[in-house]
Design a protein around this ligand. Structure first.
Ligand code: SF4
Length: 221
């Protein structure tokens, strides 16, 4: 594991070697909550959460400004997810990092994000601050995602109307004409099949939505 963490440094800074390289590996392992003496172990000797920490250490050792985290916690159980997310948040704060965090779990997205971009079939459906998006989702797809979040109270869950989206996700190789969401959108019209909706700031304050039928705030007043 020490070799795995050191590899980016050896590749990009070949002059760093020996004691200096070991010191940097020890420091970054310590920072992500691993014991430096674990560097002599093999990956199969680590738990899932520890393996994610190894991955984070390997990404951080070059001191990047930006890390793209693609589903970093989806394979972990909930308690370990929380540990890894809290670690990423503390690194973000302490190291001035920006994270692009790709996830399907809305509770994880809500916990870690400052801004949220909702994608459907590779197209931006909505983009807003976390608070604005979760308080006031405007795109029909985002609304369907929010409505599908499980409620841990059986009585409230039974009272909630069913929220599944109908139909299957179309192939990205052969996307629908016009709005890519139209084959599953409850509000779709014939116009949606002809015109691609433009991503527009509907509030003038950074709440972007790509839908013909979401009005701008000034149009509502
Ligand atoms: S443009 Fe039409 S199909 Fe697309 S999200 Fe809006 S209403 Fe639905």
């Amino acid at each position: 594991v020490g070799d795995i963490i050191a590899e980016p440094l050896r590749t990009h800074y070949p002059d760093i070697k020996g004691a200096e390289l070991r010191e940097k590996v020890d420091a970054i392992m310590d920072r992500v909550g691993l014991h430096p003496h674990q560097k002599n172990r093999y990956p199969h000797e680590f738990s899932g959460g520890q393996c994610q920490r190894v991955g984070i250490a390997r990404a951080l050792i070059l001191e990047p400004k930006l890390i793209i985290c693609d589903e970093p916690v989806s394979a972990l159980d909930v308690s370990v997810q929380a540990q890894v997310i809290n670690l990423l948040k503390s690194l973000q704060r302490d190291m001035g990092l920006s994270l692009i965090f790709i996830a399907h779990d809305l509770s994880v997205v809500k916990h870690i994000s400052d801004r949220v971009m909702v994608l459907y079939l590779g197209n931006v459906a909505e983009n807003a601050s976390r608070a604005e998006l979760f308080a006031n989702p405007r795109h029909p797809y985002t609304q369907a995602l929010m409505a599908a979040v499980p409620i841990p109270d059986p009585e409230r869950a039974r009272a909630k109307p069913p929220a599944e989206l109908e139909g299957d996700l179309p192939s990205p190789m052969n996307p629908p004409s016009g709005c890519v969401f139209r084959t599953r959108c409850p509000l779709a019209t014939e116009y949606c099949g002809r015109e691609i909706p433009v991503l527009e700031d509907k509030t003038g304050a950074g709440h972007w939505v790509a839908c013909h039928y979401v009005e701008r705030d000034e149009e509502l007043n």
